[in-house]
Design a protein around this ligand. Structure first.
Ligand SMILES: [Zn+2]
Length: 364
């Protein structure tokens, strides 16, 4: 097996914060810090590509126990940074270090117990996190090798070490190994949506919540007091997560008829993910209780079946097929209703809507 083929360059940098949010912040506030975040991300992206070609997953090969390693960058840009807390070690008293450790543990437990999966690559790859990356860095990333979290500027953003954000980042890794999904247009929006959905399911599993108690806001707590926003995205009501003079308004469309078709954000990967998030949220709410676990298993199966460059319609088709195999007729009907709600017609027809794109120029 060629491990290298699992680490496509187009997916190396997949931050939880969309580039359009950073551009809005830089434009409105005249604050170059937000543009600095983007350029740092690009540098990091190039560096991680170089590291990968020199040493693709060498230390992750073979079976393992997905042991947890947390490092502290101490505000610097050298990763992974200094050793902070490894598997089995006691709490350090450093909140970001201990939270990153606990959240990675929650993510590992979810994938093991709900999906029977041994870590990110299913072979026990070590789960490496670096916290306190960069000078008040405003993002969290999966780069093909590890998770990286900024502390936030402490003006608009607080720390990025948040449970559903950690779940989001690790899920980028799982998606890479499971589906090798592109990070462009609709396939890229599905990649982002998978991270939001499983990030939220990891939180629900960790808190043992029935669907009625799930908080569909991703990244709640990420804004400092005074910012008019509840989080980065609202999965149930896309486009309503924030509306602030410094941030602008959440631009996510909530229906396929309003699909973003521009070229920024890798063809709208963080814009259009909301459409799929909304379908999933409405479906599992309709099923009720703890049926979201079945929903997550069906979504997991559909992701692998849909290949590396699906449109929303193709992904929807595979969710319906997986639901026929793993769910009841009533579940299938509710799923079809959820797709109809967001204007997506399940279809396995091969489409060329998702062709083109630059596989390397990823900035977020
Ligand atoms: Zn992401």
């Amino acid at each position: 097996m060629n491990k290298k083929s699992f680490v496509p360059a187009n997916q190396c940098s997949t931050g939880v914060l969309p580039p359009y949010m950073l551009f809005e912040l830089a434009t409105r506030a005249g604050n170059e810090r937000y543009l600095d975040t983007l350029s740092t991300t690009m540098r990091m992206h190039r560096r991680s590509q170089k590291q990968q070609s020199a040493n693709p997953f060498a230390r992750f090969a073979g079976a393992g126990n997905s042991s947890i390693e947390v490092y502290d960058c101490n505000g610097g840009e050298s990763r992974p940074g200094s050793k902070a807390r490894f598997e089995g070690e006691p709490a350090t008293g450093n909140k970001d270090v201990d939270s990153a450790y606990d959240f990675t543990l929650a993510v590992r437990k979810y994938y093991a117990e709900v999906h029977g999966r041994n870590g990110i690559d299913a072979h026990g790859m070590t789960m490496v996190s670096s916290v306190n990356y960069g000078d008040r860095y405003n993002n969290a990333y999966w780069d093909g090798r590890q998770m990286t979290y900024g502390k936030g500027d402490q003006e608009i953003f607080a720390s990025f070490v948040i449970l559903d954000v950690a779940g989001h980042e690790v899920t980028h890794g799982v998606t890479e190994f499971e589906a090798n999904l592109r990070y462009y247009k609709q396939a890229g929006a599905l990649n982002e949506s998978h991270s939001d959905i499983f990030g939220k399911m990891i939180e629900a599993y960790s808190k043992n919540q029935p669907v009625e108690q799930i908080d569909w806001v991703l990244g709640r707590g990420i804004f400092m007091p005074g910012i008019k926003g509840e989080g980065i995205r609202n999965m149930l009501k896309p486009g309503t997560a924030y509306n602030d003079a410094r941030l602008g308004k959440d631009p996510q469309p909530d229906h396929y008829s309003k699909l973003y078709t521009g070229s920024s954000d890798n063809g709208g990967v963080h814009y259009n993910s909301g459409i799929v998030n909304r379908a999933f949220a409405n479906w599992v709410i309709a099923m009720g209780g703890f049926e979201w676990k079945k929903g997550a298993k069906i979504w997991f199966a559909a992701r692998a079946a849909a290949g590396s460059n699906p449109t929303f319609a193709q992904h929807a088709y595979h969710t319906v097929e997986a639901c026929k195999a793993l769910g009841t007729a009533a579940d299938v009907k509710k799923l079809q209703d959820a797709w109809e709600l967001v204007g997506v017609k399940p279809s396995n027809k091969v489409s060329h809507d998702n062709d083109g794109g630059d596989d390397v120029d990823v900035v977020a």
